[in-house]
Design a protein around this ligand. Structure first.
Ligand code: 3HC
Length: 680
């Protein structure tokens, strides 16, 4: 065996040159991998003892893409396109042996082999769109030639990978093998050499036809979901080029659009976020080999909206779950909602009818906390009341297994106080799920003063097992609290509809007034105690509770379409007059600043207090928990891109203009702004 580079080896076995890529963790196409593959193929072509080439990977996966860490640096040869050209034009057959994930540049490499052989659990995808990019090495031109235009569009726009069985059916791979992939792919390569054919994907034309108007239909269908993103549209344009242009012209179009995508702020933000998300899983000061506690059964206290949603995460991951409620009626109602959710998912074709039952079979309902004795992790998800939570944790402490982790889903209460009622505060932790808990990806893992390292480690890893993105935070009061600022802007002259529109245009799923209407204005309000001292209270007094009553800040028709309500604006005018606030026109930019700058400022305070370990963790929280558009990276990334001196100057300007202390720049922000630094 010869080492071609430190990442690729070469050996000849029975007339087949075997190129083995070994670049952990995901065999990304770093410089040494590109160089090794190119050298290996060229060597094999010159070697008279070699009749075919096998490309395969050591470790857990086939090549999972270009090395994203190289995007920001000066490109080092060999150029990826040049490597692929050598492969595609080779006069000896090249076979890719695929396990794990063939993604992005990895799949593009496989598409330049003459044949692809894979194991059953392999997956194939072009996920560049998730990085604000498009496949830049021929993927958009070759993929549709094998799988057809519609499937290719679906794959590049969604970024979702497909499984090996589907890949075989579509013609993306040539053989599916069970057992020893390397040995079987070697046999395949020898047969291919004997046949002597050299099929190239680029020469295929038979699957490129589409109905007229097809691409516009796709654009209309995805418009809502991809609003604000640049890459989905560029990916579509590439596949259009595959259909309408000769192969080499299509490649040139793809290369041009790739450069456009790579230079965009959207892609910079999405690449930043890719690493932010992975970084969040790492806890500073917690060694990688910190032991974990086994979690085989989870208990949930409370079968309400939160409890039920949390329990679904467990069942989705195949983990048995015991759900405890106070009354049989509440338990049955909770489990009924869970079943209904699963049935709805099955109706949409995302899981089978069999899956619905299999998941429900993982649920055990109970009215007795004592039934949680065999759980390794218990998550309390009852309403936010300290006395109630303390009572539950006291009881739980007496019941739970000695090694069990006791978690609270509290979003606001002091975890240390809850932990203090137990004899094992080191085993108590916060697991703050976001509603709907079976959908939202964020999990705030709240570390108490006494939470043990193995408990933190277990929960961070467990989060990944149930499909969540964990972010470790300290005990604090939650991040939101900007509502008051929206109210203030509306008093000064902006209309609720205008404020909502600006934030929607920025990329948030909806503005604050729409959100209030959706959540219900009467949360925490009662007729008896209402003092009519805020616009929201006055709206409630008028019976305007938001969407559910057909009226709030907006009026709603039967289909819940909204129109701005004059009465809401009149109320703001009335309150402004009472408070002596002069109303004026407020522009889009000011509205946006006055939302975003306090968020950034609050983020800086959270860092100062050590509540979050790094700025990128805060961005992960805002993107996955609060609908911040990922193509803007999160508030801290956004602040860096504006420049912290600029952020500080604007905050000070609004501080002067409104007198509102929320605009007082945080000390950390001032310090970094003065140094010319950034949050990351
Ligand atoms: N480049 C550099 N590093 C990468 C990488 C890549 N393409 N893909 C993953 N990594 C790193 C991660 O940052 C992480 O590093 P860390 O351990 O230091 O945090 C490590 O590999 C493991 O990654 P995950 O934690 O994500 O491991 P999983 O097992 O959960 O997932 C995966 C593996 C499915 C391969 C996932 O990492 C993934 O989706 N990677 C990105 C794939 C991708 O987007 N490929 C396209 C790249 S762009 C491209 O190819 C352009 C081309 O068209 C020219």
């Amino acid at each position: 065996m010869i080492a071609l580079t430190d990442k690729v080896t070469y050996s000849v076995e029975d007339g087949v040159a075997v190129l083995t890529v070994d670049n952990p963790p995901v065999n990304a196409l770093s410089q040494g991998v590109r160089q090794g593959i190119k050298d290996g193929v060229e060597r094999a072509l010159e070697d008279p003892a070699v009749a075919a080439v096998l490309l395969h990977c050591a470790g857990r996966t086939f090549i999972a893409g270009a090395d994203i860490t190289e995007f920001a640096s000066v490109p080092q040869g060999p150029d990826f396109h040049a490597v692929l050209a050598v492969m595609e034009n080779a006069r000896k057959p090249i076979v890719a042996a695929i396990h794990g994930t063939a993604l992005g540049g990895g799949l593009e490499t496989a598409l330049c082999c003459h044949y692809r052989v894979a194991v059953e659990d392999a997956r194939f995808g072009l996920p560049e769109v998730n990085l604000g990019l498009l496949p830049g090495a021929g993927g958009t031109q070759r993929l549709p030639r094998l799988v057809g235009v519609e499937k290719a569009v679906d794959m590049v726009v969604s970024g979702n990978p497909i499984r090996a069985a589907e890949a075989l059916e579509l013609g993306l791979i040539d053989a599916l093998v069970t057992g020893d992939l390397r040995a079987q792919a070697l046999a395949f390569a020898r047969d291919a050499a004997a046949r002597g054919e050299l099929p190239r994907v680029r020469d295929r034309q038979d699957k490129l036809a589409v109905e007229p108007g097809y691409f516009d239909q796709v654009r209309a269908a995805i418009a809502r979901k991809t609003r604000g993103f640049l890459a989905p549209e560029l990916n579509i344009q590439c596949i259009e080029a595959a259909v309408s242009q000769p192969f080499d012209e299509g490649l040139a179009t793809e290369a041009k659009l790739f450069r456009q995508a790579l230079a965009s702020p959207e892609s910079a933000a999405q690449q930043y976020f890719f690493f932010a998300e992975r970084q969040a899983a790492k806890v500073p000061g917690l060694p990688k080999d910190t032991p974990e506690r086994p979690i085989n059964r989870v208990g949930i206290i409370g079968a309400g909206t939160m409890g039920g949603g949390i329990a679904m995460n467990m069942a989705n991951a195949g983990i048995p779950v015991t759900v405890v409620e106070m009354s049989d009626a509440a338990l049955q109602r909770g489990l009924g909602v869970v079943r209904k959710n699963y049935e709805n998912t099955a109706r949409k074709g995302r899981i089978s009818e069999g899956d619905v039952q299999a998941r429900m079979d993982l649920f055990t309902g109970s009215l007795d906390l004592a039934d949680l004795a065999d759980c390794d992790l218990v998550i309390e998800a009852v309403f936010e009341n300290m006395a109630v939570k303390k009572e539950i944790f006291t009881k739980l402490d007496a019941i739970a297994a000695p090694n069990a982790i006791l978690a609270s889903n509290t979003s606001a209460l002091n975890l240390n106080e809850i932990a203090a009622v137990t004899t094992r505060p080191e085993s108590v932790i916060g697991l703050h799920f976001f509603s709907p808990a079976n959908v939202m990806k964020l999990l705030e893992v709240v570390r108490g003063d006494k939470t043990a390292p193995d408990v933190i480690q277990t929960c961070m890893r467990f989060a990944k097992r149930i499909g969540k993105v964990p972010v470790l935070v300290g005990v604090c009061h939650g991040f939101v609290g900007n509502r008051i600022l929206f109210q203030r802007q509306a008093l000064e002259g902006a209309t609720p509809a205008h404020i909502d529109e600006v934030l929607y245009e920025f990329g948030l799923p909806m503005g604050p007034f729409q959100m209030s209407d959706l959540a219900g204005l009467d949360i925490g309000w009662s007729k008896e105690t209402s003092t009519g001292s805020t616009v929201s209270e006055r709206l409630c007094e008028l019976g305007r509770f938001g969407q559910k009553s057909g009226a709030g800040y907006y009026d709603y028709d039967e289909q819940r379409n909204r129109t701005p309500a004059a009465v809401a604006v009149e109320l703001f005018e009335e309150f402004a007059a009472k408070q002596g606030i002069t109303r004026r026109e407020i522009g889009d930019e000011e509205i946006l600043d006055r939302l975003l700058l306090p968020m950034i400022n609050e983020g800086a305070r959270i860092l100062e207090e050590g509540i979050a370990s790094r700025a990128s963790d805060i961005d992960v929280v805002y993107v996955y928990g609060y609908g911040w558009p990922v193509y803007r990276g999160g508030p801290m990334h956004y602040a860096n891109s504006l420049g912290l001196a600029e952020v500080r100057a604007r905050l000070e300007r609004y501080r002067g203009k409104t007198g509102d202390a929320a605009f007082e720049p945080a000390a950390l922000l001032v310090e970094l702004a003065e140094k010319g630094g950034s949050f990351t």
